[in-house]
Design a protein around this ligand. Structure first.
Ligand code: GLV
Ligand code: MN
Ligand code: MN
Length: 380
């Protein structure tokens, strides 16, 4: 439904609507100059379960506003301007995030594309159903060569801008993100008859891992002066009934780190802990990495140009590191890319309380437009 809505908005603005092979929904304003060069603006319209209304969506709506402004004022740009709704940015049931941008850069492996979700739907079939063509995703899409810049506006999802009363964050880096699937196998049984010392309770063993992950991340975040966080936010208990000892637990570890060595230390210590628990408990634990995105730095020239754009818009700004993952991180692996943050209330995101003031979104939108003018000046 959201894609249908966005398609209508693209049409109202007179954009050329298309879906690329990775399933991204695109509205393009072609330059009168007949060029292949592209500047991409946009973000994502999907959201997390029980999420907010601004994460991703603010960036897409801001991009629509930029297009409207360009059209209303008959501004000619020396490059084609494409508004992207990147497909499936949030972590989903296939255990992967940033589907559309990973697809664009040739980072969706056959293994990932062949995964089934909990309803038994295969990822590649779903991408193809909405207009993608997964057969051509084994290498970067040819259009990548024509990208001049990938720009994204996003809510900060943290408290730095709000607390410092700064209007625009200019992103310098995005941390590595890993997701691990942990499966704990015990033995289901009757909660009234199996005595305490006879049990292989998968949930009890899982609770040890949850506590360990939290302590380990706390330790490493203190030791490294770079961004380091880890969370277990998803857990399925089987069969999840009050009178049955839990026989199996599946959970997902989410790890974000800017330092390679801290990330490696975390993985080594966690694997050692799991090995120890496997030796001493009656449950079997297996751990697998299901997704990885490396630490990336944004294009230095674009960061400078964003700073210049914020200054020209008369807005306060700060260069900062992202805590969250973004499609721009994937794109920055193959093309010049950078993004800006705007403040959001109490730094809350991925929850229904998520909120950004329209005034703050419009300030970011002004910077985005200014950035396009600066890019136009340097690419005449
Ligand atoms: C994206 O929302 C992320 O999980 O960082
Ligand atoms: Mn998100
Ligand atoms: Mn987002």
């Amino acid at each position: 439904d959201a894609r249908a809505w966005l398609t209508d908005q693209f049409k109202i603005l007179g954009l050329l609507v298309s879906t690329d092979d990775a399933g991204n929904l695109i509205g393009t304003l072609n330059s009168k100059k007949h060029t292949d060069k592209i500047v991409m603006i946009g973000s994502h319209i999907d959201t997390v379960p029980s999420g907010g209304r601004y994460d991703g969506i603010a960036g897409v709506v801001a991009s629509l506003c930029v297009i409207k402004h360009i059209k209303d004022n008959n501004i000619n740009l020396p490059f084609n301007l494409a508004v992207y709704d990147y497909l499936g940015e949030e972590l989903n049931d296939w255990g992967i995030s940033c589907i559309g941008t990973r697809g664009m850069i040739g980072a969706l492996s056959d293994e990932i594309l062949s995964r089934s979700n909990s309803s038994g739907n295969i990822l590649k079939d779903e991408i193809n159903k909405i207009g993608g063509n997964t057969k051509s995703l084994s290498k970067p899409l040819p259009m990548i060569q024509n990208i001049l810049a990938c720009l994204e506006l996003h809510i900060e999802q943290g408290k730095i801008l709000e607390q410092k009363n700064i209007e625009i964050g200019i992103v310098r880096s995005i941390p590595s993100i890993s997701r691990f699937n942990v499966e704990v196998n015990g033995q289901a049984g009757h909660s009234g008859t199996i005595l305490m010392h006879q049990r292989a309770d998968a949930l009890v063993v899982s609770s040890e891992i949850i506590t360990y992950v939290n302590k380990l991340a706390l330790k490493l975040s203190k030791e490294s002066n770079q961004h380091f966080v880890s969370t277990i936010g998803k857990i399925n208990v089987y069969p999840n009934a009050a009178a049955i000892i839990p026989g199996k637990v599946e959970m997902t570890i989410d790890l974000r780190a800017s330092s390679k060595s801290s990330r490696q230390q975390y993985i080594t210590e966690l694997e050692k802990q799991i090995e120890d628990i496997n030796k001493t408990s009656s449950c079997r634990i297996e751990i697998n990495e299901t997704a990885y995105a490396p630490y990336v730095e944004m294009d230095k020239e674009l960061v400078k140009l964003f700073k210049k754009s914020a200054d020209a818009s008369g807005l306060s700004s700060q260069i900062m590191d992202s805590g969250a993952g973004h499609d721009t991180a994937q794109l920055s692996r193959v093309a010049p890319a950078s993004m800006i943050f705007i403040p959001c209330k109490d730094g809350l995101s991925h929850c229904p309380e998520e909120h950004a003031e329209i005034l703050d979104i419009s300030k970011g939108t002004a910077v985005l437009f200014n950035m396009l003018e600066n890019l136009a000046d340097s690419n005449q």
